[in-house]
Design a protein around this ligand. Structure first.
Ligand SMILES: CC(C)(COP(=O)(O)OP(=O)(O)OC[C@H]1O[C@@H](n2cnc3c(N)ncnc32)[C@H](O)[C@@H]1OP(=O)(O)O)[C@@H](O)C(=O)NCCC(=O)NCCS
Length: 211
């Protein structure tokens, strides 16, 4: 299930329908994986908390989208929306922490606004998930995307995932570099400016840096 890819022909349209039809199974408090909560110090010294998403994050996802530059929003969603629709936000915030999981980052000393989200979603193959990431513009290039990427991969592997798929704009060097650095790419194909990659986690990668 690809997340919001409206301008793409073919599978894109089909995937949106799949997305909207997905039952937004209410997140189960008992399933909330507290072990994925982490306090981070980024390379510029800023303190950030990483934690699994919760249903009450839906309005914060809308607020985060409002703060993204058009460029960043487009790189994430492949379309420009005036706002993140509330039903999408609700769907994105409600995960079962197993087949669907998202981690969010918030400044440790802030008012709990979200500054980054990484997630995986199921595909037709139970062992393969689709990943997507976004870091708010002012927080980019501090190492947060790398930490989030590796944390999502590790959480997925711990839940039985073996293979990852990502759809990335062909010009998006930063995301492509991240995947190549921490993944072993098995398939890669570019169509209409979008690169689809299928990869497994690179075995040699060190554990994600965190304090
Ligand atoms: C891709 C993204 C998640 C990376 O997040 P980030 O916090 O900026 O990532 P990092 O700071 O960890 O940098 C990751 C790597 O990108 C590369 N990089 C960083 N800044 C770069 C730049 N200006 N140009 C090119 N590459 C750059 C480096 O290899 C860097 O690792 P290093 O600094 O340790 O060598 C973030 O840029 C983003 O949200 N982009 C828009 C949404 C998007 O593209 N999503 C991907 C679709 S799935």
């Amino acid at each position: 299930m690809r997340l919001v890819h409206t301008e793409m022909p073919g599978p894109g349209a089909r995937r949106i329908i799949a997305l909207m039809a997905t039952d937004t199974a209410a997140a189960d408090d008992r399933a909330y994986p507290r072990e994925l909560e982490r306090a981070l110090v980024l390379r510029d010294g800023s303190r950030v908390t990483l934690r699994p998403i919760r249903p009450d994050d839906a309005p914060r996802l809308i607020a985060l989208y409002d703060r993204l530059s058009r460029h960043t929003a487009y790189q994430r969603f492949f379309t420009i929306m005036k706002r993140l629709p509330p039903d999408w936000a609700a769907m994105l915030a409600n995960v079962d922490y197993r087949r669907r999981l998202a981690l969010v980052a918030e400044p440790a000393d802030g008012d709990h606004e979200l500054i980054a989200v990484g997630r995986y979603e199921p595909t037709d193959d139970p062992a393969t998930v689709e990943v997507a990431f976004v870091v708010q513009d002012g927080w980019q290039e501090r190492g947060l995307g790398t930490i989030l990427f590796r944390a999502i991969l590790a959480a997925a592997v711990a839940r039985g995932v073996r293979r990852f798929r990502a759809w990335v704009l062909a010009e998006n060097r930063r995301m492509l570099d991240l995947i190549v650095r921490y993944g072993r790419v098995e398939q890669r194909r570019t169509e209409q400016g979008v690169t689809e990659l299928v990869f497994t986690p690179a075995p040699s990668a060190d554990p994600p840096a965190a304090r």
